[in-house]
Design a protein around this ligand. Structure first.
Ligand SMILES: Nc1nc2c(c(=O)[nH]1)N[C@H]1C(S)=C(S)[C@@H](COP(=O)(O)O)O[C@H]1N2
Ligand SMILES: [Mo]
Length: 247
């Protein structure tokens, strides 16, 4: 499944994020318009603007029938040495050992009530099930059923502040992505704890993965550890993947 180029890009993302850690960790500073760190990123702006113009408001991604659910190739979130192994690190290993009972999704940044949500906390919020197509930038796609809580309910629970613009998504394997609040509040954007009627397996993002049905697969961050609500565009440099990946 995995090619070297993809690994290189993932590593570039992770390295970029690590070097920016100090800058982006606070998440919430003074109000600012989005910035694009390099001229390469102008393509993002154009795609973003044309996509939002063509599909005003909250256009929905197509949904499918049960009979259309397909087998879903897992993209293992590991470094090359760990390839094929289900564990990302000791912290994740411990969480998995306790069947994720100690897991908590931290939601922080430009919010009134930062907090941590266990899977059972999230299951007490309204749940939603949708059968959608995942499209990977590598050229494959697959259809699965996802069950979870619409992200907007979690964002409403923590209380988004006026200067909030983006959501930074941190995963246990060091993977990082970000989306804007329009996609964060999109009716099909869910924090999924279920896949095809069962708890999500580790290779598909246990215990919690984001589903951003309006964008390419890499926005659907697996093994989510932390969401930071931020006022600044997170410029992680040129990762080779465009920031706005509308489909
Ligand atoms: N944490 C994390 N999430 C991730 C990735 C990753 O490497 N790490 N890869 C992304 C990409 S590029 C794709 S295509 C999908 C793959 O999802 P799957 O493994 O469930 O098929 O996860 C996305 N989310
Ligand atoms: Mo992907």
């Amino acid at each position: 499944m995995k090619n070297n180029q993809l690994i290189t890009r993932r590593e570039a993302i992770i390295a970029g994020v690590a070097s920016l850690g100090a800058l982006i960790l606070p998440g919430c500073t003074k109000p600012m318009p989005p910035t694009y760190g390099s001229i390469l990123r102008m393509g993002d702006a154009l795609t973003y603007l044309s996509h939002k113009a063509l599909l005003p408001g909250q256009a929905l991604a197509p949904e499918f029938r049960h009979s259309e659910i397909s087998s879903y190739p897992a993209t293992w979130n590991t470094t090359p040495e760990k390839k094929g192994q289900p564990y990302f690190d000791e912290r994740f290993d411990r969480l998995q050992y306790n069947a994720f009972a100690d897991y908590g999704l931290s939601v922080e940044g430009c919010v009134d009530h930062p907090g941590s949500f266990s899977i059972s906390d999230l299951q007490k919020l309204p749940s939603q099930t949708q059968i959608t197509r995942h499209t990977c930038e590598e050229g494959w796609s697959a259809i699965a059923e996802w069950t979870g809580v619409p992200l907007r309910h979690v964002l409403q629970t923590v209380g988004i502040q006026a200067q909030a613009r983006y959501l930074y998504l941190f995963a246990y394997d060091g993977f990082f992505e970000s989306i804007d609040l329009l996609d964060g509040f999109h009716p099909q954007t869910i924090l999924a704890y279920g896949m095809n009627g069962r708890a999500i397996p580790v290779q598909h993002g246990a215990p919690l993965r984001l589903r951003v049905e309006t964008q390419l697969g890499y926005k659907s961050v697996k093994a989510l550890e932390r969401i930071v609500v931020a006022d600044k565009f997170p410029d992680t440099g040129n990762t080779g993947w465009s920031w706005y990946a509308g489909i």
